[in-house]
Design a protein around this ligand. Structure first.
Ligand code: PLP
Length: 389
């Protein structure tokens, strides 16, 4: 009775079972996977946020497939603050980056068409692709004192069914930004082969070394869709507000905008109170981002301090985002390590394979936890790794 695309294997994996058992037993959990910013003790201007949601203009309905102009002006303002020129005509508001992806997948792909995605990366794409009948083909990121796109493999992964290349800038969890030379190479490959670039920039503002990375939002060198939203930029995932920006060669762009307008007009999914609040929500980003960056930097420094005494464990270089990747001895599968760490020391981390790391020996730690908690988690993790050798 159901569509084959919904034949998912929904049995929980061993790690989620172990987590559930841990919680059910009422045992304390030291969580190194927390990525929900509303649960990390950051200070929000609650009065300003709630006040922004009670704009009387929300009492009238002004349907617009692109979203309310005032909200799009604020989004364009966010880019102009970064030195990028984005026209409000090229912006579509969506309820989430995930929804923005689905609009793009629908606009680009017939059933069975292919999109290239980075590996390792955030495990968001599989379900999105299944739901839209799109096939995902992975292209590797290579690590050698920093991450880079393996362009040789990327080009070899292109088939007549490929419609586009997804880049995550910076990538989650590896934290590497797309460099100018990589952007130029992507433009060259995609424009020569009629492919689109989909750039996920939800973590763009979280550069750990202070450099201002380039955005794809004003990229004209190839057909480009840039996705971002308030869930990370302002730490407001519950507000369900994101956007999609179209840029690239003019003729292509006009066609893309016309098609996306029909898709967006069919749903008109973002509600009025949130759209009206977007300008004020975006103002909140400065204080939120300062808090996140200060915490991530302190946690990273603490991690490095503890790692200095443990030669068998190291952390990979990270340029931005909310995570650090740890290289640990590959004695067991990373899932077994994560389960044992949970059951013996009460610490939860993500095993690398969750993000598509191919070989054993990678664990991913989020950097958002409160400093004291983070330090305890890392100390327990190190004690565990010492014991298991
Ligand atoms: C790389 C990346 N893109 C998109 C998302 C989801 O963003 P949204 O809440 O706007 O759907 C996440 C969530 O963690 C993410 O890590």
């Amino acid at each position: 009775m159901f569509a084959k695309r919904t034949n998912w294997n929904l049995t929980p994996n061993r790690l989620s079972e172990a987590l559930e058992a841990h919680r059910a037993a009422g045992k304390p959990l030291l969580d190194l996977t927390v990525s929900n910013p509303t649960e990390c003790g950051f200070e929000y201007d609650s009065a300003a946020i709630l006040d922004a949601l009670s704009n009387p203009a929300a009492l009238s309905y002004e349907p617009n497939p692109n979203g309310l102009e005032s909200a799009r002006r604020a989004v364009a303002g966010y880019y102009s603050d970064r030195g990028e020129n984005v026209s409000i005509e090229d912006i579509f508001l969506t309820t989430s980056t995930s929804e923005a992806y689905s609009y793009v997948f629908r606009a680009l792909c017939d059933p069975g068409d292919e999109l290239l995605i980075p590996s390792p990366s955030y495990p968001l794409f599989d379900f999105l692709a299944d739901i839209q009948d799109v096939s995902l083909v992975r292209y590797p990121l290579l690590y050698d004192h920093g991450w880079q796109i393996d362009f040789h493999s990327l080009e070899r992964a292109i088939t007549p069914r490929t419609r586009g290349v997804i880049v995550v800038n910076p990538n989650n969890p590896t934290g590497n930004f797309v460099k100018s030379a990589e952007m130029a190479k992507l433009n060259e490959i995609c424009s020569a082969r009629g492919l689109a670039i989909m750039a996920d920039e939800v973590f763009l503002d979280f550069a750990l070394d202070g450099d201002r990375p380039v955005s794809f939002a004003a990229n004209r060198g190839a057909p480009t869709f840039t996705l971002s939203g308030l869930s990370k930029i302002c730490g407001l995932p519950q507000m369900k507000a994101a956007w999609l920006i179209v840029s690239g060669p003019q003729t292509w762009k006009s066609q893309a905008l016309a098609r996306l307008e029909v898709i967006a007009d069919t749903y008109l999914s973002v509600n009025a109170p949130v759209q009206l609040a977007i300008p004020r929500f975006l103002e909140q980003r400065h204080s939120f981002q300062e808090q996140v960056m200060a915490r991530a930097q302190r946690n990273l420094a603490e991690l490095d301090r503890q790692l200095a005494a443990h030669k068998a464990v190291s952390r990979l270089e990270v340029e931005g985002g909310w995570c650090a990747v740890l290289r640990v001895p590959a004695t067991h599968s990373d899932e077994d390590l994560a389960i044992e760490l949970l059951t013996t020391h009460g610490v939860s981390v993500h095993p690398g394979h969750f993000y598509g790391f191919h070989s054993k020996g990678y664990l991913v730690a989020a950097l958002l936890a409160h400093e004291t908690k983070f330090s305890t988690c890392v100390a327990r993790l190190m004690a565990f790794l010492d014991q298991s050798h």
